[in-house]
Design a protein around this ligand. Structure first.
Ligand SMILES: [Zn+2]
Length: 494
């Protein structure tokens, strides 16, 4: 029997995985497929004699973990993780092919999850199966994880970190999303951004009160108008640009490649560099400053009744190294006196400060395929499962290597309509991961894995599941902190 190569298997697996609908609606009653996917990958691994561990954190919410043992048990282990759920394929009639059909056309595999992250799961399966068949797995342990529920409540990564930290024993670095895709610069040079940090996040829950009554009558105080005014003040505020170490490296590298001036005191120069990146620039511009964006506005139930109360939420994202207390104070000053603000959750941002061995391996894995490309770290403006894994003292990187055509709009297709992945990019990823794990040599320092040290995953906060204090991450040199409010007012804050 002819054994297919990893580059052949990766396409078959990605096709099969897309056909398993794992839509995460955010509602457990209508979220489907993670268990089916877990059983599919388990079967693929069992075919080559690997027995994974399946953990069901809630009915149907199954994560899969497998440890490929190395020959040097003293070496720190590497974690390679993905998530099995996908965001809903809204307006599926607008898709060129069914989002769960796994159609292969024009050199692309089409479907929801093709970029986020069934491509990665297919690479994990194809590469690890080949290792085991050929006996070429790395000398250090590689823990491969496929988490449930990354897109909503983190019933995968967070559940495992809090309840089964032993599964990550010895891991001190992790590779997951979002990074490794190529961006074409205007001069044709390719850049592969590698996620090396994330902004922190918190929610300002705002409540206003006013007089209730018939809407045909004048009311002296309107809860809705107060909330509208507050949300406008906060939402329209522009925070100053403040470069973290990661973004400073990113911008200076791109500026040098494009022969553009880069003075970090000059906002216009910084924005011009980001602008040169096209669509990815619209994403990365959010990594330059704090943001506060209104996301929820609730008031009233009947069109002729003025409500006595209104509520809103402002989603806040803060750069690593900045003071959360000062940030909250600024938001409260902007919000004004006539509101109550509560902060149910605020997690800090983070940036990796070590793992140079992994950075080198990542770089060489790309350069073997694309010698003139730039490989640069960037700061993710949102959160991933990396936030949770940091609680185990693991340095997290976002890297799913794919060389993409210049006109391939990765940013628009990620969570977008007609999501698809070039077949050649899947093969590229397999080759790059093989090289990465082959060349990576873990530093012989003890793994920093220890107790669970910080609260849970950044995307959805679930009260009652936290343990321990927030970790203190290193201050980023040069990071700017938001200016202090002069009013000195205090309002209810928790
Ligand atoms: Zn994802």
């Amino acid at each position: 029997m002819v054994i297919p190569s990893a580059e052949t298997e990766v396409i078959q697996f990605a096709h099969d995985l897309i056909r398993i609908d794992t839509t995460n609606t955010g509602d457990p009653a209508t979220t489907v497929g993670e268990k089916k996917l877990a059983l599919y990958v388990t079967d693929r691994w069992k075919e080559v004699g690997i027995k994974p561990t399946l953990i069901e954190s809630a009915p149907g919410r199954v994560s899969v973990i497998v440890r490929i043992p190395g020959t040097n048990p003293d070496d720190p282990a590497a974690l390679w993780h993905a998530h099995s759920d996908v965001v809903p394929a809204a307006n599926s009639s607008d898709w060129e092919y069914g989002p769960f059909a796994g159609e292969i056309r024009d050199g692309h595999l089409w479907g929801r999850g093709a970029l986020d992250m069934k491509n990665m799961i297919a690479m994990q399966l194809a590469v690890s199966r080949e290792w085991v068949r050929k006996g070429t797995n790395p000398p250090y342990d590689v823990v491969i994880a496929i988490f449930a529920d990354e897109e909503a409540g983190s019933l995968g990564a967070r559940y495992l970190v809090e309840n089964h930290p032993e599964l990550f024993e010895g891991c001190n670095i992790a590779i997951g999303e979002v990074g490794g895709f190529s961006i074409a610069l205007p001069n044709g040079q390719r850049v592969y951004p590698v996620m090396a940090g994330e902004k922190g996040m918190g929610w300002a829950q705002i409540r206003t009160e006013g007089n209730s009554g018939h809407s045909a009558m004048a009311t002296e105080s309107s809860a809705i108008l107060k909330l509208a005014s507050t949300v406008g003040q906060v939402g329209e505020h522009t925070f100053p640009i403040s470069l973290t170490g990661t973004m400073r490296t990113f911008l200076s590298t791109v500026a040098e490649a494009l022969k553009l001036p880069f003075n970090e005191e000059q906002e216009e120069q910084i924005l011009d560099i980001v602008h040169q990146l096209g669509a990815p620039g619209k994403f990365l511009v959010n990594s330059l400053r704090n943001t506060a964006r209104p996301t929820v506005f609730q008031a009233g139930v009947k069109s002729n009744v003025v409500p006595a109360e209104a509520r809103g939420v402002v989603d806040c994202r803060i750069l690593p190294g900045q003071d959360i207390t000062e940030f909250k104070q600024l938001i409260e000053d902007l919000a004004g006196d006539e509101v109550e603000i509560e902060w149910p959750f605020f997690g800090p941002g983070w940036e990796n400060d070590s793992s140079s061995e992994l950075r080198e391996a990542i770089e060489s894995s790309i350069h073997a395929e694309d010698p003139d490309a730039l490989v640069v770290p960037y700061l993710m403006p949102a959160s991933t499962d990396g936030y949770t894994l940091r609680r185990l003292g693991i340095d997290c990187f976002g890297f799913c290597p794919m060389r993409l055509a210049e006109d391939f709009n990765y940013m628009a297709l990620f969570h977008g309509e007609n999501e698809r992945v070039p077949l050649e990019a899947l093969k590229f990823g397999v080759r790059a991961f093989n090289r990465l794990f082959e060349s990576y040599q873990p530093a012989r320092t003890p793994a920093r894995h220890g107790n669970v040290v910080a609260p849970g995953q950044g995307q959805i906060y679930m009260p009652g599941t936290l343990r321990g204090p927030f970790p203190k991450f290193h201050h980023v040199p040069g990071a700017h902190t938001p200016h202090k409010s002069s009013s000195g007012r205090t309002r209810r804050v928790c």
